[in-house]
Design a protein around this ligand. Structure first.
Ligand code: SF4
Length: 614
């Protein structure tokens, strides 16, 4: 089959980014205009492209304003005029503050979602800035929010960058509706009603949306939903314990298949968060991935340099969405859901085939993965039990008996992809949950073994990154992560198989410092235990409190949302830097500090491991 030459693809294959491009499609006016903080990459891994393609598939005329200039005469915002139905606003694939600032609150020098990496193409709190501008220019046109930034700021939340609690993002931006989580299902229903002529502002009971009504207004009726009232925003501001308890309710509901509707009083209004849709079926998720993406950045970026986030994933395939790991510092289940929505093998192979025809594809797929690579096709054995379950994780503190963890579908998929005549190698570089591979209660040890063998023999690109995150049980428990012993088992197996196939491939472990509940003593033990395994660590990170995670609530409030017991956390820069120092025990400049700390705390065993003596 012939390679695709991107220069020969007609401009009308992308969604329009200018009025001229819209006219080339024969569109004089638009139904929906999407505004995003990222460059427009027409690829299923980029939220704006997905939303644009869904709207297009529903017969709407949709255009994209990517990275508009918010500091000039606002011509970017005006270029399409007023759309017939609504503006859709997103900060892009990341929360704009996480995108722009480091864990130390320093401005990043590059932006992975901007051509050439230029760091100055999106404002702080992009969703709010864009919405306010649109509301100023077109006060009567509804604005619908979506994407990570809006989704995870849908209720009172802690903002690390301002170091305070903020109200939900509808209150802050003035938008009319918020779609949280993955947008396909709510968007389809929203459009269905709008096309039938239902007025926008009467749509108050769409699942997976949030909106504000006047405090005195009666709650919209929906007989199927129970309603739970959260502590008001104003009380949260005054009482950290009430706030952190609030979060527990939000998380519990977002992990249920049949959640309650949440309401919260805020500044004279009532915030309504309607329950989410059920997990997407295979047919539904396939339909989203099978839309006619060019899989390329818009040609207007051609001379502006590469878009790093695109370069990273352009030869990779997302096999599923969702994550049932429930890590305390992770936002995936709050956004994509706890249950896994897996694509069919046919849909995945169709995408693999498309990639092999890309002009610069050299035969190497960089990733066959998902939020956790090895959860593909995993689900509850008895769905009725899952339907009544509110556990934040299906694998912590141990793998649930009702979870089907047989990896045979993945092994089959990996083999099938490897057999594609144009694929030399397909790597797995997304995160892996090795506790699933070495589950002591597994009912299918043979299939587990086959998967591990297939993975390590054929799908490692030299260095396999895995994330134990920590070595100490008390910290791992706080993170909702398995014991470090699982890492050791995985490492041993990895080395055995690698030796058997004569490969020099290695495991690169990834760790976090300053996670709530982690002390300098824990970090000292981490240093000793990883040194004992022969590591000088490289892949490390300081904990960043991002909106809507258990760990963030502990960081802010000092209490665990579930137990309401106090938890100590490194807050100040000094304490955080000290914790980080232990990662780099081997650097001469850190020796004295670490040695003194160990002597003072009588941690002679650690000192002996790290330095031979004190
Ligand atoms: S019953 Fe088990 S598998 Fe199902 S949702 Fe609950 S923890 Fe997960």
């Amino acid at each position: 089959m012939e390679k695709m030459n991107p220069d020969l693809i007609p401009i009308t294959s992308w969604l329009p980014t200018t009025l001229k491009e819209a006219k080339r499609r024969g569109w004089e006016e638009l139904d929906v205009v999407l505004v995003t903080g990222d460059a427009y990459v027409d690829h299923p891994a980029f939220g704006t492209a997905v939303i644009g393609r869904i709207l297009e598939s529903l017969g709407l005329k949709v255009a994209i304003i990517a990275q508009p200039n918010w500091r000039d005469d606002l011509r970017d915002f005006k270029k399409f005029g007023k759309p017939k139905y609504f503006f859709g606003v997103t900060s892009g694939n990341m929360d704009s503050m996480v995108n722009k600032y480091t864990a130390g609150k320093r401005l990043r020098s590059t932006d992975a979602y901007t051509p050439g990496g230029s760091p100055d193409f999106r404002p702080d709190y992009a969703t709010i800035v864009y919405t306010k501008i649109l509301k100023e220019l077109y006060p009567d046109t509804p604005v619908v929010l979506g994407g990570i930034e809006a989704s995870l700021r849908r209720v009172t939340h802690y903002d690390f960058w301002q170091d305070k609690l903020l109200p939900n993002i509808l209150t802050m931006s003035g938008a009319d509706l918020l779609i949280y989580g993955m947008g396909e299902q709510p968007l389809r229903d929203l459009v269905k009603f709008l096309l039938r002529g239902v007025p926008f502002h009467s749509l108050k009971t769409l699942p997976q949306t949030a909106l504000l009504i006047d405090e005195k207004e009666e709650l919209p009726k929906n007989k199927q939903w129970e309603t739970f009232e959260l502590t008001s925003h104003e009380k949260c501001l005054k009482d950290k314990l009430s706030y952190t308890k609030n979060f527990m309710h939000v998380e519990v509901e977002s992990n249920k298949q049949f959640a309650k509707r949440l309401i919260q009083k805020v500044e004279g209004k009532t915030l309504i968060i309607n329950p989410p849709y059920q997990t997407m079926t295979e047919k539904e998720i396939d339909a989203s991935f099978d839309l006619p993406y060019t899989r390329l950045p818009h040609p207007k970026y051609k001379n502006r340099g590469p878009i790093a986030a695109y370069e990273m994933i352009k030869f990779s395939v997302n096999t599923h969405r969702g994550c049932f790991g429930g890590r305390s510092f992770c936002t995936i289940s709050a956004h994509q859901g706890k249950m896994i929505a897996s694509r069919s093998q046919a849909s995945i192979m169709k995408e693999v085939d498309h990639i092999t025809r890309m002009h610069d594809f050299k035969g190497y797929l960089s990733d066959l993965g998902g939020p956790s690579a090895n959860m593909y096709q995993m689900k509850g054995i008895d769905q009725d039990i899952c339907d009544k379950c509110a556990a934040p994780s299906c694998i912590f503190p141990q793998v649930c008996k009702n979870l089907e963890t047989n990896p045979r579908h993945m092994t089959e998929l990996y083999r099938k992809v490897s057999e594609h005549p144009k694929v030399k190698k397909a790597f797995v570089s997304s995160g892996l949950r090795y506790d699933l591979m070495f589950n002591p209660r597994s009912q299918h040890p043979k299939e587990d073994e086959e998967y591990v063998e297939q993975l390590i023999t054929h799908h490692v690109s030299g260095r396999l990154k895995v994330a134990p995150e920590h070595t100490e049980d008390n910290v791992l428990k706080m993170m909702r992560k398995p014991s470090f012993e699982y890492f050791k088992i995985f490492k041993k197996k990895f080395e055995e198989i690698s030796a058997k196939i004569g490969s020099k491939q290695e495991i690169i472990p990834y760790f976090i410092s300053s996670h709530p509940g982690c002390t300098p003593e824990d970090m000292a033990r981490l240093a000793a235990k990883t040194k004992a395994l022969g590591y000088k660590l490289e892949q490390v990170q300081d904990f960043t409190p991002t909106p809507m995670t258990v760990a963030t609530e502990v960081y802010y409030s000092g209490y665990h949302p579930y137990t309401l017991k106090p938890v100590k956390t490194a807050i100040g820069l000094d304490d955080k830097t000290k914790q980080r120092t232990f990662f780099f025990w081997y650097r001469p400049e850190n020796r004295n500090y670490i040695k003194n700390f160990l002597a003072k705390n009588k941690m002679f065993d650690v000192a002996k491991e790290l330095f031979g003596q004190i």
